[in-house]
Design a protein around this ligand. Sequence first.
Ligand SMILES: NC(=O)c1ccc[n+]([C@@H]2O[C@H](COP(=O)([O-])OP(=O)(O)OC[C@H]3O[C@@H](n4cnc5c(N)ncnc54)[C@H](O)[C@@H]3O)[C@@H](O)[C@H]2O)c1
Length: 319
Amino acid sequence: MLVTGAAGFIGSNLCDFLLDQGCEVAGLDSFVTGQREFLSKALKNAKFQLHEVELADFEHVKAVTAVFKPDTVIHLAANADVRFGLQHPRKDLEQGTVVTFNVLEAARLAGATKFAFSSTGSVYGEPEIFPTPETCPFPVQTSLYAAAKLAAEGMIQAYAEGYGMKGYILRFVSILGERYTHGHVYDFANKILDNPKEIDVLGDGKQTKAYLYIGDCLSAIWHILNKCEDKINIYNLGPDEHINVDQSLDVICKVMDATPKRNYSGGKRGWIGDSPFIFLDCKKLKSTGWKSQKTIRESVELTIRWLLANDWVLKRRQT
Ligand SMILES: NC(=O)c1ccc[n+]([C@@H]2O[C@H](COP(=O)([O-])OP(=O)(O)OC[C@H]3O[C@@H](n4cnc5c(N)ncnc54)[C@H](O)[C@@H]3O)[C@@H](O)[C@H]2O)c1
């Protein structure tokens, strides 16, 4: 298996998971946001190899992939922050779309038979159907991040049609858990540590989203790759519940033993492109026999406890 974004939150957990399943794994990462410490367990395993590669450099990706000759490529590397897209309008195109093309083409040239891609529930924009199924129409994109992911989805579908490689398009809700390094739990933890008396909350606190625990995300990826053999396999990955920002902040405050006064910036969205309600219909995935193990509240609690026990992560990453 070849995993891009191997040093990231999801990628490093995935490498450990795949190694535990007995797979041979090549991890590719440029360390733009990835953390070497996250790979310390994997690097002790003889079945793991790490390659420092900037995936925008096609010749480098091609060379590494040609030598490893993976049967399956799981492409996770991307700019994973939705929120700041408008501050650097080219970044999502380059990191989300062009890089995906590079990895896809390198995978094809190396003879890979399966290509899995971490897409997002944000591709649905602001849908009118909840929970939102894979077949929901999504005519309007509201973020550059999701627009770049959607373009990448299209390329993967065309490759699957044209070259016979199986495509796995996995639309994740937000993921929580160990090695989490960006998102609202991270931001709130940093803010409460800075000032436990007051906290700025983006929007009105009622934005409502589904979150999936990292262990459940990994078991779903593994399950889909092993059970689903269509030419193009499109799956939503998420739990069958949701939580709003205020409720999530309640859990965080309880764990941190803080009761900050909440100052809301107001409005239904936290930022331009923030979808006020994300809740994916995951019946299709569940019908294949997969189910999640952790509730959202358990996931938020595990995440905050992990961040507090690994506070170097809170200090290190700049979004
Ligand atoms: N975390 C979530 O909640 C979530 C939700 C939906 C989709 N996703 C998608 O899942 C994937 C992984 O997300 P994550 O949360 O682990 O993010 P992350 O930032 O922790 O990991 C991304 C990894 O990719 C690497 N990377 C980025 N650009 C690269 C490049 N050009 N060349 C080489 N390496 C590069 C980074 O160094 C990092 O290690 C992303 O594609 C993201 O869009 C994540």
